[in-house]
Design a protein around this ligand. Structure first.
Ligand SMILES: NC(=O)c1ccc[n+]([C@@H]2O[C@H](COP(=O)([O-])OP(=O)(O)OC[C@H]3O[C@@H](n4cnc5c(N)ncnc54)[C@H](OP(=O)(O)O)[C@@H]3O)[C@@H](O)[C@H]2O)c1
Length: 238
């Protein structure tokens, strides 16, 4: 969908090398934005930017490295003069029972789903404060408020990221910065394969979730939409 007021926005998308991040990058480009595509897989980012054109700029980084995140924000400011939208989308998990959850695995899951989102929020907010305007999108999950066996570390990291996001939303609103916590359910991406799980039935398409995010961003600045997006087949009362 076209959202006229997103035209020419400068956008950073983390985790843009696949899945929802790639779908978001495509949607922002369709809306005539300049988009920085970030993830660890440089080759995938370069291939995607070649397909999407000059306004899609590859920027490889690891979101769990605060120095790399701040350096990326600084580069965007140096090249574009502003950051309008920062999407903290990078994430992932590996299914594990309590006894399989090694210190390294716990650290890896928490680092990408929680610390990475915090670092991105801090880096974006530092520059958006100076602009007195900006939007930070937090890709969370229904796992933030749903208990799931063998996914304790992932659910806990998303829950922490949720409360962090909803708290900083209150801190930043008086400075013109909107924080959008987004809670998607099961999407048809590489996520489940990487997690060692199978795709849930009736999975949603990432491009449809991307459109919901852009629609939320296109609302007047006194509105913050907080989408909780469930598959139609999910009948739980959440
Ligand atoms: N799929 C679902 O059902 C679902 C449901 C709810 C929420 N989510 C959330 O949606 C977001 C996107 O996931 P997805 O479904 O699109 O999965 P995906 O296709 O596996 O995408 C994950 C992205 O995160 C990047 N990434 C992982 N670790 C990173 C790191 N340390 N630094 C930088 N980038 C990193 C990956 O790229 P590299 O490996 O190249 O770094 C990839 O681009 C995640 O936050 C996930 O938790 C997914």
């Amino acid at each position: 969908m076209k959202y006229e007021n997103l035209k020419n926005k400068v956008v950073m998308v983390t985790g843009a090398s696949s899945g929802l991040g790639e779908a978001l990058a495509r949607a922002f480009i369709e809306n005539d934005c300049t988009v920085y595509l970030s993830a660890r897989s440089k080759d995938k980012l370069v291939a995607l930017s070649e397909e999407l054109g000059d306004r899609a700029i590859p920027l490889s980084l690891d979101v769990t490295n605060t120095y790399q995140v701040y350096t990326a924000a600084e580069r965007i400011i140096n090249e574009q003069g502003r950051i309008d939208v920062w999407v903290n989308n990078a994430g992932g998990e590996k299914k594990s029972s309590l006894s399989e959850l090694t210190p390294k695995l716990l650290n890896d899951i928490t680092a990408v789903n929680y610390f990475g989102l915090v670092y991105g929020t801090q880096a974006a907010a530092e520059y958006m404060r100076k602009q007195k305007e900006g939007d930070i999108v937090q890709i969370l999950s229904t796992s933030a408020f749903t208990s799931r066996a063998n996914e304790s570390a992932y659910c806990a990291a998303k829950a922490a990221a949720s409360l962090f996001s909803e708290s900083v939303q209150l801190e930043l609103r008086d400075e013109g910065i909107r924080v959008f916590p987004i809670y998607p359910g099961g999407m048809n991406t590489e996520f489940f394969m990487k997690a060692g799980a199978s795709l849930p039935p009736d999975s949603m398409e990432p491009k449809d979730i991307a459109d919901i995010v852009l629609n939320a961003l296109s609302q007047p600045r006194n509105i913050i939409v907080v989408p909780r997006i469930f598959r139609n087949s999910v009948k739980k009362s959440l």
